[in-house]
Design a protein around this ligand. Sequence first.
Ligand SMILES: [Zn+2]
Length: 136
Amino acid sequence: MSAAALYLRLIDVVNARLKTARAAVLIDAPWVAYPHEPGQRDRVKDRSVWLVGAEDDASSKFICEVGQHDRAPLVAAHIAANDPATVIRMCERDLKVLKRHQYDDGGYCSGCGTDVDPLPCPEVRDLAEAYEVSVE
Ligand SMILES: [Zn+2]
C-alpha cells in the first residue's frame, strides 16, 4: 500500500470509528460503572454484577451488565472509560493529527516538516498501529 493510500485508508478507519461512537450516544452524559444493588436480582449469588450506565438531570440509560467474575468491576470501569464521548474526542484528535501530517507522494510531511524515510512519518505510523491499519 502506498503511503498516500495508507493515509486515506487510515482516515476512513478513524471516520468509521467516529461514526460508530456517535451512533452509540444514548444520552449526553458520561458512562459510569456501579455495582448492582444486592437483592434486586437473585440469579447472582456469590459474585458482584456491575452495571454501566449514563445519567443526566432528565433521564438515565442502562448501557450494559458485566458480572459474575472477579474482574467485573474493572471490566465495567474499562467500558465506562471508553464511552462514546471519549472515543469521539480521541477520533477527532486523531483526525487533527492526520490533518497536520498530510504529505505528498514525494514524501514531504507537512507536520514533520522534512522528508520522511521510510513513509509514513512516525505520527501516521503510530496512528496506523493504534487503528490496526497495516503500513505494509
Ligand atoms: Zn508527519
